[in-house]
Design a protein around this ligand. Structure first.
Ligand SMILES: Cc1cc2nc3c(=O)[nH]c(=O)nc-3n(C[C@H](O)[C@H](O)[C@H](O)COP(=O)(O)O)c2cc1C
Length: 220
């Protein structure tokens, strides 16, 4: 009997040591790719498996938030028809915004900027909704889901322009289709898919960043 109890203790001790090892190993993982995550402008249409989307939203669900309010909702969309509908609505919304004098549309991108990915261009998209005023928390969740997606080998692009359509005149219809809670509005979308480098190189196509001296102060 004593031998049996010893075995149980040994198994418990092994489990505890193994658990603590895997935790410290995880914290030592090389995450230097975070230093320069590219904005992907072209995706292949290869489907993103549900198991990967589950991992990506897990990063969002577990994100820190002020007073742990978790003031967000994530709509994971792989329905191409719905993504294309939002894209179409965006285009017509932009046209309406420009009426009646037609001079309020944003200027077209410079010819050198190359391809731009938008709603409907990626096989999967996560629409992030949040309570008004909770954009900081929602932004953290958005960024962590992006990092998880990149760590799984996907390319990502964060866009906020679809909110013109999602929070526009068809908002009630979108809220229902995307199961967005009544108290929240769409804030941003993460486009997710395999990076199609042959169409747009995210590294050479990237726009410059501000100089370190301009945005960072080291106070010693
Ligand atoms: C909150 C947020 C909103 C954005 N909205 C849009 C958008 O509506 N349309 C778009 O083409 N890109 C959008 N972007 C992408 C940025 O323009 C892009 O990440 C930035 O210009 C850097 O890209 P680069 O590294 O390729 O130069 C958004 C990015 C963020 C973080």
């Amino acid at each position: 009997m004593k031998k049996h109890i010893n075995l149980i203790f040994a198994a418990a001790a092994f489990t505890a040591v193994f658990a603590s090892c895997s935790k410290s190993e995880a914290s030592g993982t090389n995450l230097s790719f975070i230093e320069d995550i590219p904005t992907i402008q072209a995706f292949t249409q290869e489907a993103v498996p549900l198991s990967d989307l589950e991992k990506i939203v897990k990063a969002g669900i577990n994100t820190q938030s002020a007073m742990n309010g978790q003031p967000w909702h994530f709509s994971v969309v792989t329905n191409k028809e719905l993504l294309d509908k939002i894209s179409k609505d965006m285009a017509s919304g932009m046209k309406r915004m420009s009426a009646p004098d037609g001079d309020k549309l944003p200027p077209p991108p410079p010819a050198s900027s190359g391809a731009k990915a938008g709603m409907g261009d990626s096989p999967a998209a996560i629409i992030i909704s949040a309570k008004d005023g909770s954009e900081f928390d929602a932004g953290l969740a958005t960024q962590l889901m992006t990092i998880e997606a990149v760590s799984l080998g996907y390319g990502t692009k964060i866009i906020s322009s679809p909110t013109i359509a999602l929070n526009g005149e068809n908002q009630a219809e979108y809220k229902k289709a995307l199961e967005i809670p009544e108290t929240m509005n769409a804030k941003a979308v993460i486009l997710i898919g395999k990076y199609d480098k042959s169409k747009a190189d995210a590294v050479t196509g990237a726009t410059p960043r501000k100089a370190k001296d301009e945005v960072v102060s080291f106070i010693k």
